[in-house]
Design a protein around this ligand. Structure first.
Ligand code: SF4
Ligand code: SF4
Length: 278
């Protein structure tokens, strides 16, 4: 089973939950798919055995065949090409690697070149498979990194994926690969707003979802009301407590600092499993 731990916004405690869930489930592997800011390794200090480069296609223009017709620049929705006088300028940092300009060129003057956008690291942490993606600064999208990470999953053991925050393309890629989505939120107006978007995304992708309320306390009811209204169960509440915040600031996994959370998270996983099987 593949469980995506996601959140509509950053800073909700998604990585805390993903790491602790992976440590609680027997043999579970952990995938850090938050390739723009991978930080699960800070809790786990994994040993990395393999680094796989990830590249995307960018256009390379051969001016000797070019008639400067401008069709490639007109085609590109990302303004990654500009035709000026007798030059075709390529802005690789704007290119999304769709390859459309290659097909749009009537002269066959554009070839596919490669630009490295990041890497996937595969290793081990506490006897568990550990996979993390890293997107290089300035690279346009982590989707290819996430796709590469998924190819390194061991399909025989449970996988917990720490998804990127938000609801953009890379999150959709993670959710589409998952059997279940565990949404981590916090009881604030911002948490509620972004939880709604995350629930909408899970519904659009027709993936089962449940919620963990982090920093839970007396402001929980709007989140609980929303979950009830949307038919999304709240499987765990992690209270807003100073000791938990202190353990986090020391880089300790929740289940290391508070072992009772191992049982709680195992119960969460059992509920997810029964939900997926139903
Ligand atoms: S579409 Fe081809 S021929 Fe036209 S400007 Fe672009 S590279 Fe040159
Ligand atoms: S590959 Fe796609 S995004 Fe990149 S320059 Fe060509 S049309 Fe634009």
């Amino acid at each position: 089973m593949v469980v995506a731990v996601a959140s509509g916004k950053g800073g909700t405690g998604k990585t805390t939950v993903a790491v602790s869930l992976a440590l609680s489930v027997t043999r579970a592997q952990l995938v850090d798919a938050d390739a723009e800011e991978p930080n699960a390794h800070l809790f786990l200090s994994p040993g990395i055995r393999e680094t796989v480069p990830v590249a995307m296609a960018v256009p390379e223009v051969h001016l000797q065949s070019c008639t400067f017709c401008g069709r490639c620049a007109a085609f590109c929705r990302f303004n990654a090409l500009a035709v000026v006088k007798e030059q075709v300028l390529v802005f690789p940092e704007l290119c999304h690697g769709c390859g459309g300009c290659i097909h749009a060129c009537p002269e066959g003057a554009i070839e596919r070149a490669e630009r490295r956008i990041g890497e996937v690291e595969v290793g081990e942490a506490r006897g568990r498979r550990f996979i993390q993606g890293r997107l290089r600064p300035g690279a346009p999208s982590a989707v290819r990194i996430v796709r590469e990470e998924m190819t390194h999953l061991d399909r025989d053991v449970p996988a917990i994926i720490d998804a990127p925050p938000g609801t953009a393309c890379a999150v959709q890629e993670v959710m589409a690969a998952a059997d279940f989505c565990l949404l981590v939120t916090e009881p604030t107006p911002f948490g509620l707003h972004d939880l709604r978007m995350a629930i909408d995304l899970a519904a659009q992708l027709e993936i089962l979802a449940a919620v963990v309320i982090n920093r839970s306390g007396r402001w929980d009811s709007p989140i609980e009301d929303e979950c009830r209204r949307r038919g999304v169960p709240v499987l765990l509440k992690i209270p807003f407590e100073r000791q938990i915040a202190e353990a986090y600031s020391r880089g300790e996994a929740l289940t290391d600092a508070f072992p009772e959370y191992s049982d709680k998270l195992r119960r969460v996983y059992a509920e997810i499993e029964s939900g997926v099987r139903a």
